[in-house]
Design a protein around this ligand. Structure first.
Ligand code: PAF
Length: 304
């Protein structure tokens, strides 16, 4: 039986396959990943399959978004299992570029978005978002999808990518998928497989702290310092080494003193040697507060 899913490692071939798909009048959806696929990724692939006639997934552990001493070398690589999962789901094209086919020593161009990366992971991981933007810009240019899908777990990344796509007129509509969680609330992440059994048992405390702060907002707490203390207490109970806990505006990613409008409660910390992040986005208004997905109305002409 011929497998239905095509695979390529060549950017040129991926571009040609997708041009041919577009010439047939089919819409295309793109899910960029670094592999080590879990239900969070698969939920984005399902979103793409539901919304697009043709779905392409890329797997590329992008060296440019890892800092010195970070986990590039040990980042989970599970090529065969990932490919089987995607084929089972009905993905049409798997694009697995080699680093040498995306980057060369001659490259001189960088992509950066100002201010949105000043805090949270942008501050904790200098250069990280420039690396993400460079690869996402390249992958979007190679695949030229109608739709691209990112997870809200990496909320700051999603906002920065949306801003780049809008500012540079990438003809793509960006969709965010909700964070997919284990039964005990732990956000799914490829890095969860680094955790020992004891660390895995303690890891949901980050989510618990964020949830407690979200509940405090629902009950009327608006003071960002009080909210941060609640998250910090939750993380401390789990033994996290805290990297940051912030309350930021969901569009500007700037810290706010009072929770109002679209608010992102965001946390990062180390459980043992594993860096973990999570967040909750809330809409907070005079009539009350509730969890929301981040949205970017009016940012891009392709959103309409
Ligand atoms: O979220 C990720 O897995 C990566 O940052 C992305 C968007 C695939 C770029 O390398």
């Amino acid at each position: 039986m011929t497998p239905r899913m095509k695979k390529t490692t060549s950017p040129a071939e991926a571009g040609q396959i997708l041009s041919a798909v577009r010439r047939k009048g089919l819409s295309t959806g793109f899910v960029p990943t670094m592999g080590g696929l879990h239900e969070g990724h698969l939920s984005l692939v399902r979103m793409s399959l539901a919304r697009s006639d043709y779905t392409v997934v890329s797997i590329f552990v992008n060296p440019k978004q890892f800092g010195e001493g970070e986990d590039f070398d040990r980042y989970p690589r599970a090529a065969e299992r990932d490919s089987e999962l995607l084929e089972e789901l009905g993905c049409d094209l798997l694009f697995v570029p080699a680093a040498g086919s995306l980057y060369s020593d001659a490259d001189r161009t960088s992509v950066s978005v100002s201010s949105l990366g000043d805090h949270l992971c942008g501050a904790a991981r200098p250069g990280h978002f420039d690396g993400v933007l460079l690869v996402v810009a390249k992958l979007l240019n190679i695949t030229r999808p109608d739709h691209a899908f990112f997870g809200q777990k990496d909320a700051q990344q999603a906002v920065i990518i949306q801003r780049m796509a809008a500012d540079l007129d990438f003809p793509v509509r960006i969709f965010l998928g909700p964070t997919v969680r284990e039964e005990d609330g732990l956000a799914m992440s490829s890095r969860n497989r680094y955790l020992s059994a004891a660390e895995r048992a303690a890891a949901p405390k980050m989510r618990a702290g964020l949830l407690a702060a979200a509940e405090a907002i629902e009950k009327g707490e608006r003071d960002a310092s009080a909210l941060k203390k609640i998250v910090i207490a939750g993380m401390a109970a789990g033994g996290f080494e805290i990297d940051y806990v912030e309350v930021v505006d969901g569009r500007t990613m700037q810290p706010i003193a009072e929770a109002s409008g679209t608010v992102l409660l965001a946390a990062a910390g180390k459980m043992g040697s594993t860096r973990m992040i999570d967040n909750i986005a809330m809409k907070v208004g005079p009539e009350g507060a509730g969890e929301t997905l981040l949205e970017f109305p009016g940012w891009s002409r392709y959103e309409r």
